[in-house]
Design a protein around this ligand. Structure first.
Ligand code: NAD
Length: 292
């Protein structure tokens, strides 16, 4: 049984915290939103009044926040994790953020004897609810070993992918592939419909051949029906494509398809789909083809 401070109890954080409680850990959670705090109380967690309160007695602190400014705020703030957690605490940041922030937080925390892992996830809200996330972990071997019993409560696949920041680079690779597949499945749907071919039958065949993918398995019906309730919001994927392009620039590589896909995601957002599921990329292709 571990004392865990959990910060960020949103779409992903809330079900993750509930699995940790169900596994017997003591969870003290904090979120800036009252509704999220109430949800934690309902599932048996202790509602903390602040970040400092959540991390005060914790052996492990987990953060599941939107983006790097929020992670920096809760890590570096006057009453933040680095100031208030005890030396030896293991901070596992499971948010999707830029790799250089993960590296910087790990360095600053080390000066206070706090150990850090970047451990972003794939699998979405369904994966979080089913404790079936895929978790990519950056940090030292010993810290990953210490975190594994906690991470294995949340996910089925837990892989140590490298040093600090490496988890975020793997997540960036994941996000460019997922967005690209959504864009291409959207193009397939537009082509089939415009050619008078039943897209449901067409995609059934694709899903059984070399073009098979999880996106086709899980989303082809809702895409054809134009049902775009999130899931994973276009706004978050827009953030992630920014991370992808920035990481590519830092690594000195050219990723032309990621660049194009990032523009399609930006277009979906500009067209008012920021709050919709990322499968709403289909609407951009539909509009480009004059088929609204
Ligand atoms: P969310 O917006 O639902 O949850 C984030 C929570 O953090 C919110 O409840 C918000 O109130 C809270 N928060 C923000 N600033 C805070 C602060 N300073 N202190 C305390 N709490 C604060 O987002 P989410 O969908 O749960 O995503 C969280 C992270 O996981 C993101 O980085 C996202 O990219 C990533 N992710 C999401 C999914 C998904 O399908 N939703 C899948 C994989 C990865």
């Amino acid at each position: 049984m571990t004392d865990i401070g959990f910060i960020g109890l949103g779409i992903m954080g809330s079900p993750m915290a509930s699995h940790l409680i169900a596994a017997g850990h003591r969870v003290a959670g904090f979120d800036v939103q009252q509704e999220a705090r109430q949800q934690l109380a309902a599932i048996g967690g202790r509602v903390a009044e602040s970040v400092a309160d959540a991390v005060a007695g914790a052996e492990v602190v987990i953060t599941m926040l939107p983006d790097h400014p929020q992670v920096e705020q809760v890590a570096y703030g006057d009453d933040g994790i680095l100031a208030r957690a005890k030396p030896g605490t293991l901070l596992i940041d499971m948010s999707t953020i830029r790799p250089e922030t993960s590296i910087a937080v790990a360095r600053a925390a080390a000066e206070r004897g706090i150990r850090v892992l970047d451990a972003p996830v794939s699998g979405g809200e369904v994966g979080a609810k089913q404790a079936a996330l895929s978790i990519m972990v950056g940090g030292t071997k010993d810290d990953v070993a210490a975190a594994r019993p906690v991470l294995e409560v949340l996910g089925r696949t837990v892989v140590h992918v490298g040093a600090h920041g490496a988890g975020q680079v793997v997540k960036a690779a994941n996000q460019l592939v997922v967005a690209g597949i959504y864009a291409l499945v959207g193009e397939a749907i537009v082509l089939l419909e415009a050619s008078g071919v039943d897209p449901a039958k067409g995609l059934d065949v694709l899903a059984g051949g070399l073009a098979a993918s999880r996106v086709l398995d899980l989303k082809r019906e809702s895409m054809i029906a134009r049902e775009f309730a999130p899931g994973f919001r276009i706004d978050l994927h827009h953030k992630d494509m920014g991370i992808v392009l920035d990481a590519a620039r830092r690594a000195g590589v050219a990723l032309p398809l990621s660049g194009l896909t990032a523009q399609l995601v930006a277009a979906a957002r500009a067209m008012g789909h920021g709050g919709d599921d990322h499968s709403a990329l289909l609407t951009v292709t539909t509009t480009l083809s004059g088929r609204e």
